[in-house]
Every structure is written in C-alpha cells, then in structure tokens.
Design a protein around this ligand. Structure first.
Ligand SMILES: Nc1ncnc2c1ncn2[C@@H]1O[C@H](COP(=O)(O)OP(=O)(O)O)[C@@H](O)[C@H]1O
Ligand SMILES: [Mg+2]
Length: 583
C-alpha cells in the first residue's frame, strides 16, 4: 500500500476539489436511493388512481399516513433524476480535473527527475523503457487516480444510502438479499492479486515495444540497407504477441468479475423475492426489487476499483523506481560557482571503471595549461571519450581527481562547470527545430546576429543561406536533412556561440569526406582560437597542429609530446603516423 499512498500524495494539493466531489457524491447517492422510492410512488398511484396513499410501511412510523395527489409524481420523477444527474456531473467533473492535474504533475516530476539523472543511469537502462514509463505507466495510473477515487468516494455511499430503502420496502426479507454481500468480496480479492502480477509483466513487455520501435526507427537506414524489414517485422510481432498474451490474461481476469457479481447478486435477490413475493404489497414489492438492483452498479464498480488499484500499483512501482533513483553525479553540498579564468586543468592519478573492477582509465596524470591544444590519440576503446566525460563530470573518477585551477571539479557546481566547456562530438545531436534554434541551443536568448557570427566562424553561414528558408529552415528530427559535414558545422557554431574557455572535440571530423573535412577543419581551427582544447581525432592533419599529443593505450598514457618528438621516440604514435601516410 506504500505505493498507493505515494500516488495519493499527488492528489494532496487538490483536496478542496476532492472535498467538493465527495460532497456532490452524497447528493448523487441520496438521489440514487430515491429511485426505488419513486417506483413505489408510481405503483402506489397506479393502484389508488387520484391519490398516493402511504399507509403500508408500518415499521417506519413517520412514513405512515401520507397523502398527496397523483399529479405530483411526474414532478418527483423529474426532480429525482435531475438532482442525480446534477450531482453526478459535479462530482465527476471535480474528480476528473483532480485526476488530470495529478497526472500532469507526475509526468512533470518524472521528466524533471529523468533529465537530472546522470549518465550511469542512462547507460544501465533503455530509452524506450523510460519513454514507456512516462507515457504508458503514467497513463495507466491516470485511470487509477480518476476512476478509483471517484468510485471510492461515490459508490460506497450509494450502497450505504440504499440500505435503508431495502429495509423500508423489503422489511426483514432484506436480510436474505444482503447475506450474499460478503461472498462477493472473496473472488474480487483473489482475482485482484493475480491481476497485479500480470499487469506488471504486461507493462514491462509494453516497454519493450516502445524501445523496439524507437531503436528500429532511429536505425531505419540500416534496416533498409540490410533488407531487414521482414526480419524486423517478425521480431516486432513476437514482442507484440507477448504483450497480447498478458493483455488477454488481464482481460480474462477483469471481465469475469462482473458476471460473478451478477450471479451472486441474482442468487441473493432470487432468495429475497422467493420469500417476499407472497407477503408484500405490489408497490412495496416493486420498490424492493428495484432497490436490490440498485446495489449491482456500485458493487461492480467497486470490484473494478480493486482491480484498477492492483493494476496501477504495478505501474506506480515502475514510476517510483525512477523517482527514487538518485543521480550519481550531484552538486556537493558546499559546491561553489566557478567564475575564474582558466589557468590549468589537471588529471591527477585518475583511474576509472564503468563496471567495478574493469578499469578503463588507469592512473592518468595530465596537466593542460590555458590556451593549450591537446590531442588525445589512441585506438578505439583506449579511453579517450571517457577522459573527456570525466572533465564534463558525466562520471566521477573512481580514484584520483580532475582539477581546474587546483579546484577538484566535484566541488564546483555542475552548472558553472559545464558552462565553461563546449563539446563537438562524433554524433552530432540536432533537435527537431530550425537551424537558428539548433545553433541557439548554445546560448539561451541569442540574437540572430550573434547566431550568424557564430555560423560564419563555423563556416556554416554559406550553406545555411542556401537552404530554402535560410536560418529558419526546419531541420526535422535529428537534422536528417543535412549532410554529415553540415551537421558537424552547425554543432561547431553551437559551441562557438556558447563561447566556452574549454573545448572538447571528440572525433568531430571522423566521418567526413575530404571536401567537407577541409571546411570543418577550418571551422575547428577558428573554434580552438584562444581556448583550451582537447582534440580527439583520427586524422593526423588535426593532430599535428596540436601543441601536445597524448597517446592513450588501454586507459594509460604511454606517450606524450609534440608530433616531432613522438616520431623520433618511435612506438605507438609512429606506427599510427606511418599507417595514415602510407595508406
Ligand atoms: N557507458 C559505458 N559503460 C560501460 N563501458 C563503457 C561505457 N562507455 C565506454 N565503455 C568502455 O570503456 C572503454 C573506453 O571507451 P571510450 O572511452 O569510449 O574509448 P574511445 O573513446 O577511446 O574509443 C571501452 O572498452 C568501452 O567499451
Ligand atoms: Mg570515443
């Protein structure tokens, strides 16, 4: 129940609306109970013609000897049903608005939480799974919050207020009908439990679907180029079938409840009618039967509430799993805003492992002075990107420290640290928006002039002006309308607009043709002017211009120096150099 209490906490702020809904439910329940009384009046009027004469309910003294003309009946009917609808509308409206507000808050909180979580969390899970939790699971608890609360605050009153009616019209025969009540509870509770398990599995499988679709759409070109459409369809159908199977199970469990309740109810009603049919007057008998049927609806709704609760607990658990995970990378309690000029960046005895025991960096010592351009060289998997990730504090070193001007970067606020660093990486991430918006990502509120200056420096202005709508051309999802080199230059413009003192270029030129490489190369030269830069590159042309070359191998620095000195030294760098020039 802990999960449900936490879900309810989201409703807390709307307790006044909730109170109003509960109040309106009282009206609804009373009006519902009056339906059988109305029937009594109708049948009574039918027998007495001009007058309604209430004189056959001896066990309720205040209902004895009431007379009024028959023409009141239509007004009573309209009155009862109007009140019932009005109160139902009010309570439903208030409840639904509480529900959608609460859901919005859950989704906001989830997103806020997700976006603050650090890289280690994202490398453990799948994006599609997170998507599914935000959309499917939150959607599932929306039903829980709205329906459950609206039914829980309404249906019990309908039952309670209807009980006197059953006794008023049925007298002691009412006891026979009510005897079956407890029997109804047993299957509801039993079925509810199994429902919770099945739902949990179903939501997990639904997450598989979202993840799968996300992945195949992101790699749609690969799918097509390898002629894997049929294969992907087959895999999709398999995952979809798994969801279907669990769906089938939950449906079987949920829909069996209504007939069960109906049969039990019918048994109770049949018993009560059997014994009362020869003893009650026709008006009382009619009202009695109707009042018994009034119980059906709330009972069915309440049984559904139970199963909805069980289902939403499964989803709730998946939501709280995210809300409960703490970002591994956070501001230290006494973190300070870093505003100094950069003097030096030092990696001191830095070791790092993504998974315990498997070191990716080992005892790395590196000092970079302001304005220096350092090239990181090494085969793929040697730890270059990881080194850059540590500077950005995507991860913290397992041992040792990264220092800027002598400050351990763990003591600098994340925001001010990352404000000082620009990054252009191999996979240029462009968002669904215009060219302008994508460059402006580097600086919130940048003017078009500033953006243009950055684009010029990034050698991007030329091709941007050639686009159909210039800077206002929409790029589409992931910027697929542009070539690799163009995307890269937009990313560089973005970094230059941010104008950070530290720049990380992670294989920014790796998959470009010679033509665009020259342009990107020029753009990068511009970008590195006056900054401290870490350049991770395959191309010697980029590397040779660096002030210093650092050669990484299996997470260790094995060589360091200028291109010339490293060539004289021989070793890994020389092999790398020869390989590139002798191709
Ligand atoms: N998120 C991660 N989780 C676990 N291992 C990782 C992760 N990212 C990279 N690695 C591993 O760390 C090593 C270094 O990777 P990386 O720094 O990306 O190398 P490089 O950039 O030099 O190609 C590789 O063995 C890689 O498999
Ligand atoms: Mg890398």
């Amino acid at each position: 129940m802990g999960i449900y209490r936490r879900l309810l906490a989201f409703i807390g702020p709307y307790r006044w609306r909730l109170a109003m809904a509960i109040l309106a439910s009282q009206g609804y329940a009373v009006a519902t109970a009056l339906v059988s009384a109305t029937l009594y009046l109708i049948v009574n009027g039918l027998q007495n013609k001009n007058e309604v004469v209430i004189d056959n309910i001896p066990h309720v003294p205040f209902l004895m000897n009431i007379h009024f003309p028959t023409w009141w009946i239509p007004f009573i009917i309209v009155g009862v049903f109007t009140l019932r609808s009005f109160f139902e509308y009010v309570s439903q409206y208030q409840m639904s608005s509480v529900g959608i507000r609460a859901i919005r808050k859950v989704r906001d909180d989830l997103y806020k939480h997700l976006i603050h979580l650090s890289s280690d969390f994202y490398s453990r899970g799948r994006t599609g799974d997170f998507l599914s939790r935000i959309m499917n699971d939150v959607g599932a608890i929306q039903g829980a919050i709205t329906d459950v609360i609206s039914d829980l605050t309404k249906q019990p009153f309908v039952i309670v207020y209807n009980i006197p009616m059953v006794f008023i019209f049925g007298g002691h025969y009412a006891l026979i009908a009510l005897a079956v009540f407890p029997l109804v509870i047993v299957p509801i509770v039993y079925l509810g439990r199994s429902l919770r398990r099945t739902t949990k599995k179903m939501q997990e499988r639904s997450a598989d679907i979202t993840a799968f679709i996300g992945e195949t759409l992101a790699g749609i070109h690969v799918v097509k180029a390898f002629n894997l459409e049929e294969e992907e369809i087959r895999r999709f159908e398999k995952i979809n079938k798994a969801v279907f199977d669990f769906f089938k199970k939950t449906i079987r469990v949920t829909i069996i409840q209504r007939p069960l309740i109906e049969i039990m109810g019918a048994l109770g009603a049949a018993g009560a009618i059997w014994f009362s049919i020869q003893h009650l007057s026709i008006d009382r008998f009619t009202a009695f039967v109707i009042s018994l049927f009034v119980f059906y609806e709330p009972l069915k709704k309440l049984s559904k509430v139970y199963s909805t609760i069980q289902q939403s607990l499964a989803s709730g658990a998946r939501i709280f799993e995210i809300l409960d995970s703490e970002p591994a990378i956070q501001n230290a309690p006494d973190a300070f805003q870093f505003h100094e000029e950069i003097r030096d960046i030092r990696f001191e005895h830095v070791s790092f492992s993504y998974e315990t025991g498997k070191y990716v960096l080992r005892d790395v010592n590196l000092e970079v002075r302001h304005g220096e351009v350092v090239a990181l060289v090494g085969i793929s998997g040697s730890g270059k990107t990881t080194l850059a990730n540590l500077l950005l504090r995507f991860y913290d070193p397992t041992e040792g420290s990264v220092r800027i001007n002598g400050h351990d970067i763990r003591l600098i606020t994340l925001h001010s640290l990352r404000d000082h660093i620009g990054i252009v990486s191999q996979d240029t991430v462009l968002f669904n928006g215009t060219v302008r918006e994508n460059i402006a990502y580097g600086k919130v509120g940048a003017t078009l002039d500033e953006i243009r200056v950055a684009a010029e420096a990034a050698y991007a202005d030329g091709f941007i002006e050639g686009l159909p709508e210039g800077y206002h051309t929409p790029l589409g999802e992931r910027g697929l309308k542009l070539s690799g080199g163009q995307r890269q230059r937009i990313a560089i413009a973005r970094a230059m607009l941010k104008n950070p003192p530290i720049l990380i270029l992670d294989e920014a030129t790796s998959h470009l043709d010679n033509e665009s490489e020259r342009e990107v190369q020029n753009a990068l030269e511009n970008a590195m002017q006056g900054r401290t830069a870490f350049v991770i590159a395959h191309r010697l042309s980029t590397i040779q211009r660096a002030d210093r070359i650092v050669v990484l191998d299996q997470g260790k620095i094995i060589q360091q120096g200028t291109s010339d000195s490293l060539l004289r030294e021989g070793g890994v760098y020389k092999r790398f150099y020869d390989l590139q020039f002798n191709l």
